[in-house]
Design a protein around this ligand. Sequence first.
Ligand code: MN
Length: 242
Amino acid sequence: MTILFVSDLHLHASRPAVTDCFLRFLADSASQAEALYILGDLFESWIGDDAPGPTGVQVSAALRRLTDRGVQCHFMRGNRDFLISGRFAAESGINLLADEAVIDLYGERALLMHGDTLCTDDHAYQRYRRIVHWPITQALYLALPVGTRKRIEARLRSKSMEAYSNKPAMLMDVNQQAVAAIMEHHGVSLLIHGHTHRPAIHQLATAQGEAATRIVLGDWYEQGSVLRWTRSGPALKPIPLH
Ligand code: MN
């Protein structure tokens, strides 16, 4: 049996090869698996479940085909698609996870996160995140007409790209104390997350000096990326786009 993990696909109409690659992945690898975990940033942007756009509609239908076959599909929101909610989940058949979820992975407890909350050195981002996660902010935003929401989203996205290009690389990575603290809080020695686009399997030590593992999933830009977990353990592999 196989459990698959992906994140940071950033699906968008401007990159149809990536969407096609993901649809193929859902139809073949994922349909043979026991479960698929999508750990955030499936979409480059999400302005509400009532306005999924053509890519959102296509992906929702493909996820539905997968979940109808009996493959469990779990989804955690990322910093790009944090507005994905109950309607999208009901239509696609996915199970929405909280921002921190502990699962049983062949007898080992694994903590799943998107990863943005681990980048605690980026104070400007954490401040922005708090504001956009207030229920009142989301309710006000979702009450706006679709065109207005699109304009606001486009402006925030160009601002974030501008900020990104000016930020030192270290700010964009996880903070090691934050990693240690969250793993200790959940009592786990295995953490799987995405967000940083720095795929790797890191061996580290817990505060108690025990061996621990942090697995970072890769993004889907030049290629796809999947973490495949079988009884024999994890394998982090690229997927060619063509
Ligand atoms: Mn992200």
